[in-house]
Design a protein around this ligand. Structure first.
Ligand code: CO
Length: 293
């Protein structure tokens, strides 16, 4: 398979996994089991998780993945952000689900999807980044919601989830248009102020530097991370699964050696629920294909 075929295959797997996730997610089901089942399904279908499954509830906007002994249960407006990769070629996609039967949650979810559809349409019309952002912002505001302005879509490269270009969720007047490549578009909408702040550490990490760590166990864990995840995000939960809870001590040492970035949880400033929709698309010779939708 060439790059495009691998990217499309990753997307096809993500579609199946989303269908599966919709079946298993019910109110009060533990998030830990949901994340593990989603990640097992990805592997069963021939992919690998491109990042830990993010399960973020209400004002928790992104970068929430269960820790190894998590007891949190599904509730509220739940965003399911999952990634699949084949040989580093990534599909990044999100859907939102209302587990409370609340009208406003449903409207937020519909609006986020509509924002995404309008943004994809703008890409198809070869609009500028600012105009793509405007399509998202206008759609959100027409429904009396705000887009989250300090989160954005992104270019994707092999083994690189966030590469190069960012795709704004509002009109930032950027006149650049998208060249051939792979991109994730991910509008977030809320009835709140429309921005996020950084909360607690998430347990989601990424290698930023490879240096020697002296501790033997930590070295073993670091070598595994480099081998298995390369420059993609991973989580403490995955390492506990592989090495037991001693991985947590190793992770601390690896972090202290300056090898890791730990992502903070992202929380909506006014603590209002947030809905998100995300698809990955590839542009080749001016033709656009949504791989995950
Ligand atoms: Co993304």
């Amino acid at each position: 398979m060439n790059q495009t075929e691998q990217t499309i295959k990753a997307g096809a797997i993500s579609k199946q996994v989303k269908d599966y996730a919709r079946e298993i997610i019910k109110k009060d089901v533990p998030l830990l089991g949901i994340a593990e089942k989603i990640e097992e399904k990805i592997i069963k279908l021939g992919g690998k998780p491109a990042f830990p499954t993010n399960l973020s509830i209400n004002e928790n906007t992104a970068h929430h993945t269960p820790i190894y002994n998590d007891e949190t249960k599904a509730s509220g407006l739940l965003k399911v952000d999952l990634g699949v990769h084949i040989n580093g070629f990534i599909a990044d996609t999100t859907f939102s689900i209302d587990l409370e039967n609340i009208e406003e949650n449903k409207k937020l979810i519909e609006t986020a999807q509509d924002c995404l559809n309008q943004a994809i349409q703008a890409v198809k019309e070869n609009k500028s980044l600012g105009q793509i952002g405007k399509a998202i912002q206008d759609t959100a505001e027409q429904n009396n919601f705000s887009p989250i302005q300090n989160l954005s879509g992104h270019e994707i490269a092999q083994w690189e989830l966030h590469a190069g270009i960012t795709i704004p969720n509002y009109n930032n007047n950027n006149e650049q248009t998208l060249k051939d490549g792979t991109y994730a578009i991910e509008p977030f909408v809320t009835a709140g102020v429309g921005s996020v702040y950084e909360g607690k550490p998430s347990g989601i990490y990424q290698i930023i530097k490879q240096t020697n760590v002296r501790d033997r166990n930590a070295r073993e864990v670091l070598n595994y991370i480099i081998e298995e995840y390369k420059t993609l995000p991973f989580c403490s939960r995955w390492l506990v699964k592989k090495f037991g809870t001693r991985a947590l001590i190793s992770l601390k040492l690896i972090e202290q050696a300056g090898c890791l970035h730990q992502f903070p949880q992202l929380i909506e400033k006014s603590k209002k629920p947030v809905a998100q929709s995300e698809d990955t698309l590839i542009i080749r010779d001016g033709k656009i294909e949504v791989t995950t939708g």
